[in-house]
Design a protein around this ligand. Structure first.
Ligand SMILES: Nc1ncnc2c1ncn2[C@@H]1O[C@H](COP(=O)(O)OP(=O)(O)OP(=O)(O)O)[C@@H](O)[C@H]1O
Ligand SMILES: [Mg+2]
Length: 311
């Protein structure tokens, strides 16, 4: 096996415009086989568009690369056959039962024993007892599980999951992620977009994209370290007043409330320290230096990219 076989997605310089507006800009990324790669970024940042380019559904204006070893420009049909794609909106038939949906999908994929495949998948997903329930009547969490089952039926090598757990409760999200990890452990590569920080932390690697630009990538630890953010957690009285006083001051890149505390972050330590100095001795406030959370990093990145790309 050569090094290329270890990489499921290897693309560079992807660019895509719609109506003269560039929504994916010079995007390069590599995803290792068998890994779970998280795709994060604000609404409209180009995640879905990138996912569609990767599986050959959309042709980029420029850029090149491979997905599962196939050229994304020339071998789209081959890629599609080995990719399971769970779209951002529920795409199964609401008025078919769980079993009917799975059997239908299995037949679409031309599986020899559609009935058996559906039965096995129902068992695997813990949907036993719900086979006859209409898909439209399932809870959000079960719907997403069913959709995951449907897109893994043909035993794909790569799963593209576009915000698979949006609006799903924490317990169901956790179960869903346990299943994703089980699939990855079996060798499947998973690219998943999400807005949830806890989910980002369950990925082997993540990438953050804003306004079509891939701003950072790596393991969670690498992304946090690469942010070069210094963060203080502040508790005490009148945090609203402190927020107003610090916002926009030199070195203060972000001031954000987290529960009963305030996170104050910046990349220029000296400027940050100077700006908070007048407030450090305030007896009503307690300051503690903390490791920035992933959320701190993303909020700061989002603020910075807004400045850069929207003028
Ligand atoms: N087919 C299309 N035609 C025109 N514009 C499009 C098309 N598809 C996407 N866009 C625009 O491209 C931008 C990026 O959209 P995209 O759906 O890739 O973002 P996203 O990161 O998936 O957002 P979200 O988190 O809301 O799902 C958006 O401004 C969107 O309106
Ligand atoms: Mg999207």
């Amino acid at each position: 096996m050569n090094a290329g076989d270890q990489i499921a997605i290897d693309v560079k310089g992807l660019t895509k415009s719609f109506g003269g507006r560039e929504v994916v800009h010079d995007l390069s990324m590599q995803v290792k086989r068998g890994s779970i790669y998280g795709f994060l970024g604000p609404n409209g940042s180009g995640k879905t568009t990138t996912i569609r380019i990767l599986c050959g559904l959309l042709t980029p204006d420029s850029g090149e690369g491979t997905c599962l070893g196939y050229d994304i420009l020339r071998d789209a049909d081959k890629i599609k056959r080995q990719v399971g794609y769970m779209t951002q909106r529920f795409s199964l038939y609401q008025d078919l039962s769980v079993r009917e949906n799975l059997e239908f999908v299995a037949r679409l994929y031309g599986l020899a024993d559609a009935r058996g495949a559906a039965r096995d998948m129902i068992k695997r997903l813990g949907l036993s007892g719900r086979e006859a329930q209409l898909a439209g009547e399932l809870s959000g969490g079960w719907k997403q599980r069913l959709a995951l089952g449907a897109c893994t039926l043909p035993s794909p090598k790569l799963l593209l999951l576009d915000e698979p757990t949006a609006g799903v409760d924490p317990k169901a999200r956790r179960d869903f992620w346990n299943e994703i990890h089980a699939l990855a452990a079996e060798g499947l590569t998973v690219l998943v977009s999400t807005h949830y920080m806890d989910e980002a932390e369950r990925c082997h690697e993540i990438a953050y994209i804003a306004y079509g630009h891939l701003l950072t990538h790596g393991t969670v630890e690498e992304v946090i370290a690469g942010s070069k953010l210094t963060t203080y957690t502040v508790t005490g009285e009148n945090l609203n007043g402190l927020t107003a006083a610090l916002s926009g001051e030199p070195g203060i890149d972000m001031v954000a409330p987290f529960g009963t505390s305030l996170h104050v972050s910046g990349r220029d330590v000296a400027a940050l320290e100077a700006s908070i100095a007048p407030w450090r001795d305030n007896s009503g406030l307690h300051w503690q230096k903390a490791a920035p959370s992933l959320e701190d990093v993303f909020i700061e990145l989002m603020g910075r990219s807004r400045d850069n790309f929207q003028g």
